[in-house]
Design a protein around this ligand. Structure first.
Ligand SMILES: *[C@@H]1O[C@H](CO)[C@@H](O)[C@H](O)[C@H]1NC(C)=O
Ligand SMILES: *[C@@H]1O[C@H](CO)[C@@H](O)[C@H](O)[C@H]1NC(C)=O
Ligand SMILES: *[C@@H]1O[C@H](CO)[C@@H](O)[C@H](O)[C@H]1NC(C)=O
Ligand SMILES: CC(=O)N[C@H]1CO[C@H](CO)[C@@H](O)[C@@H]1O
Length: 710
């Protein structure tokens, strides 16, 4: 009941009708040199990536509806192996991981699905979407012609295909899935595996085809994709860069046209203009492309700890639907008009004969003519100035760097450089958390060697020791100094990502690497006491690496420690994986009472947990937290991990890469952000104060040494 009311409120009747008509899928999917053939029809398809774990199930219907309204035919998603099988043999398809529910929602709204199974997916997801337990399979070599890897990959791919088949989700069964992907951008790393690269890719293609989904398979960025698998393009300018399908019988498909770029901590946001995207899509279609996918159409949030190394919690906020699911203008509206212009002449494009010819030094025409009198044209001006050209004896003025689309070869329906919509996302401040009195704090203990139980006579790799159960790992040792020298230097080499050094319980320094280079060396002046000294390093990863060959060999954490030239690397070291607060889950209602929370004092220290409560505002607008005053850490709301923040890692412009954190779980009745098409407002809560009745329970773990915190 509630749901029906919600739908009605958001959508006109026409929408509800299409939802009922949708789902009437039939037949199979094949392809030829022109396009995919769905239900016997050649199709030009516009697709958008929306990854189900990066939003909440309550957001899905609205995201899909806005994608449909924006002119999309297909939703594309990766499948996240690490989220579905976090422990070997233990599967999770609940909540945000309920991929079947997500696909059924797409089906209910009459759109198609491209399922990118990978199972290596990169995707700025920790470990590229591979489960960390794979690392410990003896003899395994990821993504190579290696029996162990192939065994586990095939087992997972087959499991996913079976889940889809059991729910009748392939087009061959009347479902919405028209395309599947195996592997991911393997062309980037194939050379590193020598002859085992090619044999692996042949095996992967054969294995996938053997799963008998009844729909075609693609491999993106894989020029040598074996038949019948289709090689596809990823990039920003596939109209220019794609060498085309590797067989005349395969269509030209673009699986990732980046609408923006993912952002890293310390990096400046990448803004890709609506005009540039539209230009490249129009050019790709003009050159007989027939499938374009926007990566991302909705990026969403890297909840929990799913972001890969140094990637921000906010994922592609600049996409046509922003992080919170709000329409991002002008991208959304401009692309909607582009889709409509192309769709209005899709028959001519699909069945006509294409010719191209020059209209000037850097101006081209791409003309499609069918046997009847139908004609459609794309007029391209690849110059940075406005130019007037003659086409069929009529003058056309082409704006700089633009393509005009003439669905009838006469009138201009759309020009890629003429943007008519404008951006209007706005924010309202809702709550301030400025007063100290209602914040409660808990100080995380700093363990020393004697407090640890895990020991080794060398420095351990953090990835294989912590096994991604926490970002944090303590490295501790002690040493006797009978004549302490104030000039002594402690040097610590880290393979990533962040390091804080404590001597006898006092913080003496912090350092970190970056997305470009995770490794760094930290040097600190030592302040030793006579006798036994405790040295404790808190090493933190900020997501695991997600790309490159031999991912299983990537390491993190301390790799070498020297004090005044003396090497301590192979001494007795004591370890603690994770923090006490994490172990006790003090960010949950039940765990919170296991520790003694104290009143907030004006002087804050690193390694402090903060908690407060707030009352969520009325209405359905999304709410975000402003963590501007914080340093680096992690946020939970009502026991849900919202993600990392790292405000203190500033961009070269001196601003944080991200200061807003979504609070989707704070919603009382619903979890979802707004379903209001025209509403573009976000409420924001500034974290500074305390107070508020009930409901929202914020926990912040602030691990940053330099920042004072709240
Ligand atoms: C699938 O469609 C093609 C034509 O598009 C047809 O030749 C083929 O028989 C169909 N296969 C099945 C299993 O229906
Ligand atoms: C070193 O750690 C041990 C065990 O926690 C503690 O008893 C001792 O007092 C510490 N030494 C210093 C100098 O802090
Ligand atoms: C990364 O940083 C380390 C430590 O500062 C340095 O030794 C190494 O050369 C750097 N690597 C690259 C690729 O810049
Ligand atoms: C394959 C492809 O088009 N790659 C391009 C992606 O976008 C970047 C940035 O514009 C280009 O450098 C690549 O060539």
């Amino acid at each position: 009941m509630v749901k029906v009311w919600w739908w009605r409120r958001c959508f006109p009747l026409a929408f509800i009708l299409t939802a009922f008509i949708g789902g009437a899928y039939g037949g199979n999917v094949t392809y030829d040199g022109r396009s995919l053939i769905v239900d016997g029809q050649h199709r030009i398809l516009f697709s958008g990536s929306i990854h189900y774990p990066r939003s909440t199930p309550q957001m899905w219907p609205n995201l899909i509806a806005k994608a449909k309204e924006g002119g999309l035919d297909v939703i594309q998603t990766y499948v996240f192996w690490n989220l579905h099988e976090p422990q070997q043999g233990q599967y999770n398809f609940r909540g945000r991981h309920n991929i079947v529910r997500f696909i059924k929602e797409i089906q209910a709204q009459g759109l198609y699905v491209t399922l990118r199974i990978g199972p290596y997916i990169e995707s700025e997801c920790t470990y590229g979407g591979l489960p960390i337990w794979l690392h410990d399979i003896p003899g395994i070599v990821f993504r190579s012609d290696n029996e162990q890897f192939k065994f586990h990959m095939q087992r997972f791919a087959a499991r996913i295909v079976n889940v889809m088949k059991s729910a009748n989700l392939y087009a061959s069964q009347g479902g919405p899935i028209i395309l599947s992907q195996i592997e991911n951008e393997y062309g980037n790393v194939e050379g590193a595996f020598h002859e085992k690269g090619l044999s692996y890719i042949r095996w992967a293609a054969q294995m996938a085809v053997g799963l008998q989904t009844g729909v075609p398979w693609v491999m993106c960025k894989q020029d040598n994709a074996p038949d019948p698998v289709i090689n596809t393009c990823n990039g920003m300018q596939c109209g220019t860069t794609f060498k085309g399908p590797n067989s005349p019988n395969k269509p030209s498909l673009w699986t990732e046209n980046w609408t923006s770029f993912y952002q890293v901590f310390g990096g400046v946001p990448y803004i890709r203009s609506a005009e540039d995207i539209a230009y490249n899509v129009a050019l790709f279609i003009a050159k007989r492309g027939s499938y374009v996918n926007y990566y991302m159409y909705h990026g969403g949030t890297n909840f929990d700890r799913i972001a890969s190394a140094f990637v921000t919690t906010s994922y592609y906020d600049e996409a046509p639907l922003d992080e919170y699911g709000l329409v991002r203008q002008p991208k959304w509206g401009h692309l909607k008009e582009l889709h409509a212009a192309i769709k209005s002449c899709s028959k001519t494009l699909l069945y006509g004969t294409q010719t191209s010819f020059s209209l000037g030094s850097r101006q081209n025409a791409y003309v499609f003519k069918s046997s009847s009198t139908e004609c459609a044209a794309f007029l391209e001006n690849n110059e940075d100035r406005s130019v007037t050209i003659q086409f069929q004896n009529i003058p056309y003025q082409l704006p700089p760097k633009s393509i005009s689309i003439l669905p009838d070869c006469k009138s201009v329906a759309f020009n890629t450089a003429k943007v008519r919509t404008k951006n209007d996302r706005s924010m309202k401040s809702y709550l301030q958390f400025n007063s100290a009195e209602k914040w409660k704090v808990y100080k995380e203990a700093i363990p020393s060697f004697d407090d640890t139980t895990l020991r080794a006579n060398t420095l351990l790799d953090q990835i294989s020791t912590a096994k991604d159960t926490s970002d944090y790992m303590w490295y501790t040792f002690r040493f006797n100094d009978n004549s302490p020298d104030a000039q002594s230097i402690l040097s610590a080499h880290s393979q990533g990502h962040v390091l804080h050094t404590f001597i006898n319980g006092n913080l003496v320094g912090s350092a970190h690497g970056s997305h470009r280079n995770a490794s760094f060396v930290m040097e600190n002046k030592l302040n030793l006491i006579k006798g036994m000294n405790n040295i404790s390093f808190l090493s933190a990863t900020v997501g695991l690496p997600n790309s490159g060959a031999y991912l299983e060999h990537k390491i993190a954490g301390l790799s070498r420690v020297k004090v005044q030239g003396r090497d301590f690397t192979n001494q007795a070291w004591g370890y603690q994986v994770g923090l006490l607060g994490e172990k006790l889950q003090i960010y949950t209602a039940s765990g919170s009472s296991k520790v003694q929370w104290e009143r907030f004092q004006s002087s804050t220290k690193p390694l402090t947990w903060y908690k407060t409560t707030f009352d969520a505002p009325e209405g359905n607008d999304p709410i975000v937290l402003n963590l501007d005053s914080m340093g680096k850490g992690y946020t939970w709301i009502n026991g849900q991990g919202i993600g990392r923040y790292w405000v203190s890692f500033q961009t070269p412009r001196g601003t944080p890469s991200q200061k807003w954190e979504p609070t989707s779980s704070a919603r009382r009745r619903n979890w979802e952000p707004t379903c209001n098409h025209s509403g573009h407002s976000l409420h924001h809560i500034t974290v500074k104060d305390t107070h508020y009745e009930e409901t929202g329970m914020i926990y912040l773990l602030n691990m940053d040494a330099e920042s004072a915190g709240v």
